[in-house]
Design a protein around this ligand. Structure first.
Ligand code: NAD
Length: 269
């Protein structure tokens, strides 16, 4: 595959989309932007709902790759998740297949495996091949997205790197985030690796910096050429002084998904 130049960034108005709009052009990409809501300072951004297959198909036409960030990024009622994350991601893949787009970078989440026990000291890191254990309807939609990516690779030869993102914010703001934080600069490095590595088929990677407290194995990300430069540890002393270490007897701390495992209701509908 030739190195991609034109990349559709869905979810461009969101938190991660805004960070990547700043950082990815330095790697030589021309970004085409899409979001449901207006994108600040980007009058050419495509205003489209993932629910509209024709609009999504027009948006992917002619791009070399897609970074798919759009969707609901927290727990929500099932019908809302179904529309935005499940049907929406299906539309994205179907549009990419119909328009011959060869590669997608899919924003999956740690919440696809949120009920995985957090490894204690000395226990093995969580591998990329660990079974899905979603902690919410939101996490379940990311499991669907990963399986959809596998289907479109096996059946149609459309490649995907599914990135199980930990927490990508300018700095970690909780003790849990010390383990799964990904600096925005490392996120751009990882997306660039995911766009340019050859022969990825469908590859699942974890999206984080090289944190001292890492719970998962970055091997599949490093195999793409990802070389993380950041570590959350410089933020640890302040956060630990405020909140203390995670208590493994607290169900919220015992699993990778944190409070997603315990807090949000499962909305009946
Ligand atoms: N930020 C993180 O740390 C993190 C962690 C894990 C996974 N992720 C995933 O990365 C992606 C981006 O996360 P974020 O933090 O920027 O989320 P965000 O909520 O800030 O942004 C999501 C964007 O998607 C758009 N969107 C929602 N539904 C849409 C639809 N039907 N059609 C078109 N656009 C729609 C929203 O308008 C919004 O701008 C999400 O898929 C999220 O699940 C993010």
């Amino acid at each position: 595959m030739a190195a991609p130049r034109t990349v559709l960034l869905t979810g461009a108005a969101g938190g991660l989309g805004t960070l990547m709009r700043d950082l990815l052009p330095a790697y030589g990409y021309e970004l085409r932007l899409l979001d449901l809501t207006p994108v600040a300072d980007a009058p050419d951004a495509i205003a489209a709902d993932l629910g509209d297959l024709d609009a999504v198909r027009a948006a992917v036409r002619g791009v070399d790759a897609v970074i798919h960030l759009a969707g609901i990024s927290l727990e929500a009622p099932f019908d809302d998740i179904l529309r935005a994350n499940i049907t929406g991601t299906y539309h994205l893949y179907e549009a990419a297949r119909q328009e011959g787009v060869p590669r997608v970078v899919f924003a999956s989440s740690n919440h696809a495996i949120g009920f995985t026990p957090r490894p204690g000291g000395g226990e093995p890191l969580i591998p990329a091949g660990t079974p899905h254990r979603p902690d919410t309807f939101y996490g379940l939609s990311k499991c669907f997205g990963e399986d959809l990516a596998q289907l479109y690779w096996d059946k149609h030869g459309l490649e995907t790197v599914s990135v199980r993102i930990g927490s990508c914010f300018p700095e970690p703001t909780s003790v849990r985030m010390l383990s799964i934080w990904m600096s925005p600069a490392d996120c751009a490095r990882l997306f660039h690796a995911a766009l340019t590595a050859s022969g990825v088929g469908h590859t699942v990677v974890y999206g984080s910096s090289a944190n001292t407290r890492l719970p998962w194995d970055l091997a599949s990300a490093r195999a793409l050429g990802y070389d993380p430069q950041d570590d959350s540890e410089p933020y640890a002393a302040k956060l630990l002084a405020e909140h203390g270490e995670l208590d493994p007897d607290n169900p919220e701390h015992a699993h990778l998904g944190g409070h997603f495992c315990t807090n949000p209701p499962m909305w009946p509908r």
